[in-house]
Design a protein around this ligand. Structure first.
Ligand code: NAP
Ligand code: MG
Length: 497
């Protein structure tokens, strides 16, 4: 019962079709093409930028209450088509329907509702007489047109994370979703229209990153680029933005450590590690990827994780009994498989998994839940983002070694520490280099709290009031209080004249 939009872009409040080359959207569970669209070229991207520029004066001038009212209706419109969104999200990504229903869709609706409220809390910090002769006022202003690029792992949520803080703060936006997952973003645009978001405030273009995406982010008309995706593409975008001096917000890759101390609740750590490494088939930038486990509990942890992983049910993503679907594409599955093969070639051992399933699932982009041991800390599988259902377990001897190894990768998006000792927990929270640190859990996020990286995972925050730091600019307005033509500071120019 998936419903697909009959449009491939959405510009100035109108559904339309691109003029560029045709691209397919493939259901990775079966390999069948479920939708095709024509990419948006330079002319279409320009039209989207025109629409966003035209809409900006009125939208940025609307009162917070006006913007908030529209965004509350958007939350309701999304909720009303929640099941269609879940079905479509699952069809284009292969993620299990339970995940789409219980996480992607309600998480997106909640994020919209949060920003509907937050739109009314945008304020400057101070008005006061910092100089005896002036009153200073801080104005927090919107930027203009935001150019935004999103990835395929959580297409609807990523679109919402990009669009909502931007428009709640009074900006307008042109967003390009990932080329293999455009459908729910177009459905978001349709919901915007039903909710009464003014034409041109939210515009969606579709196409390949190096074409449509690059055309968008190199435009001199955008005030900011907001990008979520891989670190490699993020750095390319930073280069392109530098040429125009465009403001940047980068949410990039991750390689989250999962630190299990000898006093941890081991059952909780084992359950937590399997759930946190396999969520969304491991295609989650915060997924647990490296379990550092104290030597004294290492064997028990490894056998517990392997046993739980073997019980995970692979199957059709539409089946509510399925725990893990295919990866998003055959290309991504093959990337993950090749990385695991290289790790094994380098001396790692698969305790479970390490292969694509055969039989009925062989026609989809499936890969078995995989637990690796005996990998070297310096090896690719420990240092680089895998983005698949793969967890590497490594032993440690001391607390300081655990923290050192956990921090010894380029990334810094998320991390967790598992211990019953409050002092160890606080030390881990302080020392782990990551934008989010969980204690005795790993994965939960919430609209009120910021999400974003350190180190090679990027900078700037999604979600929460912190995201307004990215999407607004602060203006200082200083007003003279004296009414005098000769100001005291003029002596620097006029001497005693
Ligand atoms: P990706 O390959 O970096 O692509 C991300 C987006 O950038 C896509 O829309 C892509 O278009 C576009 N793109 C590619 N080259 C471009 C260029 N030269 N100019 C402009 N746009 C360009 O990432 P992905 O494979 O879609 O997503 C997985 C990655 O996203 C992982 O690294 C993951 O960690 C990261 N991620 C990070 C967060 C976070 O919050 N930090 C959240 C989710 C995902 P195409 O679709 O045509 O390739
Ligand atoms: Mg890509």
């Amino acid at each position: 019962m998936s419903t697909y939009p009959n449009t491939s872009n959405y510009i100035g409040g109108k559904a339309g079709t691109g003029q560029g080359p045709e691209l397919p959207v493939v259901d990775p569970a079966t390999g069948t093409v479920i939708w095709t669209f024509r990419c948006d070229d330079q002319l279409t991207v320009d039209a989207a930028l025109d629409a966003a520029q035209d809409a900006f004066p009125e939208w940025s001038g609307a009162t917070p209450a006006e913007r908030s009212g529209i965004l509350l209706r958007l939350a309701a419109e999304l909720e009303a088509v929640g099941e269609e969104l879940a079905q479509t999200e699952t069809a284009q990504t292969g993620k299990p329907i339970r995940l789409s229903r219980e996480f992607d869709v309600p998480g997106s609706v909640d994020n919209v509702a949060f920003f509907a409220g937050a739109a009314r809390h945008l304020e400057g910090k101070a008005a006061g007489e910092y100089s005896a002769d002036h009153t200073s006022v801080i104005r927090r202003e919107s930027l203009g047109v935001v150019g935004s690029i999103a990835p395929w792992n959580y297409p609807l949520q990523m679109a919402v994370w990009k669009v909502l803080p931007a428009i709640a703060a009074g900006n307008t936006i042109v967003l390009k979703p990932a080329e293999n997952t455009p459908l729910t973003t177009l459905m978001l645009a349709e919901a915007c229209e039903r909710a009464g978001v003014p034409a041109g405030v939210v515009n969606i273009v579709n196409g390949a990153g190096p074409d449509t995406g690059q055309t968008l982010v190199t435009s001199r008309r955008i005030a900011m680029t907001s990008f979520t995706g891989s670190t490699a593409v993020g750095r390319r975008i930073a280069e392109l933005a530098a040429a125009n001096g465009t403001r940047l917000h980068l949410e990039l890759g991750g390689k989250a450590p999962f630190v299990v101390y000898d006093d941890a609740d081991l059952d909780a750590a084992i359950r937590g590690a399997v759930a946190a490494s396999l969520i969304n088939t491991g295609q989650d930038c915060t997924a647990a990827t490296r379990a550092y486990v104290h030597r004294s509990v290492f064997d028990e942890f490894v056998s517990g994780v392997a046993e739980l992983m073997r019980r995970v049910r692979l199957g059709s993503p539409l089946d509510p009994d399925t725990d893990q679907g295919p990866l998003v594409s055959f290309r991504q599955r093959d990337r993950v498989a090749a990385m695991v093969d290289r790790a094994i070639g380098d001396g790692a051992r698969a305790v479970t998994g390490g292969r694509a399933p055969d039989g009925a699932l062989a026609s989809g982009a499936y890969y078995e839940p995989t637990l690796l041991v005996d990998a070297d800390q310096r090896s690719e599988i420990v240092q680089e983002e895998t983005f698949g259902p793969v967890l590497v377990a490594l032993p440690f001897e001391s607390d300081s070694e655990a923290i050192r190894l956990a921090n010894d990768v380029p990334f810094g998006l998320a991390a967790s520490a598992w211990t019953r000792d409050v002092y160890r927990a606080q030390e881990a929270a302080r020392l782990l280099e990551a934008g989010t640190v969980w204690i005795n859990d790993h994965i939960p996020i919430i609209s009120e709290m910021p999400h974003g990286g350190m180190k090679a995972s990027g900078y700037g925050k999604d979600m929460s009031a912190y995201s307004f730091e990215e999407y607004t600019q602060v203006k200082h307005v200083m007003s003279d209080l004296t009414g005098r033509a000769a100001k005291p500071w003029h002596t620097t120019i006029y001497g005693d004249k």
